[in-house]
Design a protein around this ligand. Structure first.
Ligand code: FMN
Length: 284
């Protein structure tokens, strides 16, 4: 057991255990910071300057981009009235309305089509590939923004619940066809320390050379126990009327129950009504 692992404390904090060897690892403060990162939903009463938001967005748009197509866009919600209309759709998540900064990261499959029009080379970017590439670009920009913000001492919370009320959100943000929210992002200086959310071990998530989930049951069982020892969900069982009360209630049971109620209903229909066909692209 590599008790002298240079990232021992951070790995324990994140995984509740340390897997693997520790030979010849660089000591890097930023890795320590990422290993112990966390989402923040409560913010200090300290403003975030416009210059800082612009710097974070410049950093976010520095993320990799599929084929250099650059299909991410961001809406920075600055007008309080518009922000309030959006926040009112999600009263369970007051941080959408009260975070010092609120951004919406968009997959933007429209801009590439506009470039085609500008050059007299029309193309349709509404197939699954176009949707997926725009989603990935927006997601990479989102995560780059999160890590950049954390590097400057800010906290953040991505907000995908926007997609649950997609038509209303799109109307408030005046989204054209082929532009869709991947997630919002609350930003601000943390108001509380927050907590590290433990992750599955690499035994569950890393496959070497071929996909092999034969050890998944054991890996998840161990993870459930470690997570329960740190933060028990025993008294917060989801929907016991439907699922009963479990003797042991860990993360996997909680996620199984959560996923039994579908989210994002209406999103596919919205996309289909707004430019995405998901058909196979025609051969050139
Ligand atoms: C794409 C995405 C969407 C999310 N949407 C929401 C959301 O709508 N509301 C919310 O409170 N948290 C949201 N979260 C935050 C997650 O709940 C959080 O990342 C997760 O519980 C793990 O915690 P951690 O980031 O502190 O490790 C989202 C996170 C991601 C990556």
């Amino acid at each position: 057991m590599p008790v002298t692992h240079p990232y021992n404390d951070e790995l324990h904090a994140r995984f509740g255990l340390v897997e693997g060897d520790a030979d010849d690892l660089p000591d890097n403060a930023w890795l320590r910071q990422v290993l112990t990162r966390r989402t923040h939903r409560r913010y200090a009463d300290r403003p975030v300057s416009d210059e800082m938001v612009r710097l974070l967005l410049a950093t976010a748009f520095s993320a990799s981009s599929k084929s250099d197509y650059q299909q991410a866009s961001v809406i920075w919600l600055r007008q309080q009235a518009r922000r309030d209309r959006l926040a009112a759709l999600f009263p369970d998540m007051p941080w959408i309305g009260n975070a010092p900064v609120f951004l919406v990261f968009l997959g933007d499959a429209r801009r590439l089509e506009t470039l085609g029009e500008m050059h007299g080379i029309p193309q349709d970017n509404g197939a699954l590939e176009g949707f997926f590439n725009a989603t990935v670009d927006a997601t990479l920009a989102l995560q780059t923004c999160i890590l950049a913000a954390e590097t400057l001492g800010l906290g953040s919370c991505p907000i995908s619940v926007l997609r649950n009320r997609i038509a209303e959100v799109a109307a408030i943000l005046e989204l054209p066809d082929k532009v869709f929210p991947v997630a919002g992002l609350c930003l601000g200086y943390p108001g509380q320390p927050g907590f590290i959310s433990m992750r599955l071990p690499l035994a569950a998530t890393l496959h070497v050379d071929r996909y092999d989930s034969s050890g998944l049951g054991e890996a998840v069982a161990g993870y459930d126990q470690r997570r329960d020892a740190r933060h028990s969900l025993k008294d917060r069982q989801r929907d016991p009327g439907r699922f009963g009360t479990a003797g042991f209630y860990g993360w996997s049971a909680d996620k199984a129950r959560q996923a039994a109620s579908p989210e994002g209903t209406g999103f596919a229909a919205y996309l289909q009504a707004h430019g995405f066909g998901f058909e196979e692209p025609e051969e050139a």
